[in-house]
Every structure is written in structure tokens, then in C-alpha cells.
Design a protein around this ligand. Structure first.
Ligand code: PNS
Length: 161
């Protein structure tokens, strides 16, 4: 079985994340969206909220081979523990490249049996990020189209508080 792990903070899940997830799910037998548990990053949404968002958005799109999970520690250890041979990431623009090149090289050195697969963002998602969504939504701007419709209200309500 070809299993991919799509890791990240997903704080919160965006339409850009969903674009990557949709395409990865079409390529692989199973995709596990893995939320990093890292208190040092001070995420806005709890791990449970972020997992609920991923599950609701995947269900709404009938992505039946997608699961949501959380992990701590090294990503490659988690990937090994679930039998994944691929790590999935998205690339939006040149600014992402340096960081992604670094982490894929580190992961490859730590686990040569695991490869990272990148999906280039569709142009309409190239400016979308979780931090931009948190900022503009908290300031009262609409986030239509920037997050999956099914979780938009929950995100807006939480950020408006
Ligand atoms: O969405 P993000 O915050 O850019 O995702 C970063 C993530 C989760 C992929 C990265 O921080 C990670 O894999 N952390 C786990 C610790 C680890 O394995 N570090 C070595 C590779 S950087």
C-alpha cells in the first residue's frame, strides 16, 4: 500500500492545503494528514480543533482515503511508524523553496527510504497561508475561498473572539 504523510501545523487548514491534499489523495492509496504537536510554536487552534477541521473538510469532499492524526518528535519516525514511504508538501512560491529544500534534505539523510513529493500550488492559492487567514479574519475581513467552506464559520467564530 502506497501511504503518504502530509505533515504541518495546519493552524488552520486552508484551501491551499486542501488543493494539495486532493491531488495527493488521487495519487496515493492512503494519505495521513499529520498535525505537529509542538507547544513551542504556540498554535492558535488546539490539536483537536485542527484535526476536526481536517476531518470535516475531507469528509465534505468525500476523500475516503484521507485520515487525520497528530504526531510529536521526528517526522520520519512517525512516517516509519505508519508505514509511509512518502512525505507530501506543497510549494507556493520561491520563498517556500529554501525551507523545503532544507527539511527534505534533512529527512532524506535521516531516512533514505522515504521521499518527499511536492505539489505546486494552484495560482489562486499561492498567496494563502494560515497566518494570513488568522490575521485578516481576526481583523474582520472575509475569508471566503481561502478556507474550506465547511469549516469557514467555525474558524471565523473562533478568530472573532
Ligand atoms: O506547516 P509547517 O509548520 O511548515 O510544517 C513543518 C513540519 C511539521 C513539516 C516540520 O516542522 C516537521 O516535520 N517537524 C517535526 C520535527 C522534525 O522531524 N524535524 C526534522 C525535519 S525539519
Amino acid at each position: 500500500m502506497n501511504i503518504g504523510v502530509y505533515p504541518g501545523s495546519f493552524d488552520p487548514l486552508t484551501s491551499g492545503h486542501m488543493d494539495v491534499l486532493r491531488r495527493a489523495a488521487a495519487l496515493m492509496d492512503k494519505v495521513i494528514v499529520a498535525v505537529l504537536v509542538n507547544s513551542a510554536k504556540h498554535p492558535y487552534f488546539s490539536v483537536k480543533e485542527r484535526l476536526d477541521f481536517i476531518e470535516a473538510a475531507s469528509r465534505a469532499e468525500k476523500l475516503n482515503n484521507v485520515e487525520a492524526d497528530s504526531f510529536q518528535g521526528l517526522l520520519v519516525d512517525y512516517a516509519h511508524s505508519v508505514g509511509a514511504k512518502h512525505i507530501i508538501r506543497g510549494l507556493r512560491a520561491v520563498m517556500d523553496f529554501e525551507y523545503e529544500f532544507q527539511i527534505s534534505s534533512v529527512n532524506r539523510r535521516l531516512a533514505p527510504d522515504i521521499d518527499t513529493v511536492y505539489f505546486m500550488a494552484e495560482p489562486e492559492h499561492s498567496y494563502v497561508s494560515s497566518s494570513i487567514i488568522r490575521e485578516i479574519c481576526a481583523l474582520g475581513a472575509p475569508i471566503d475561498g481561502m478556507v474550506p467552506e465547511v469549516i469557514k464559520c467555525s474558524i471565523t467564530e473562533r478568530l472573532a473572539k
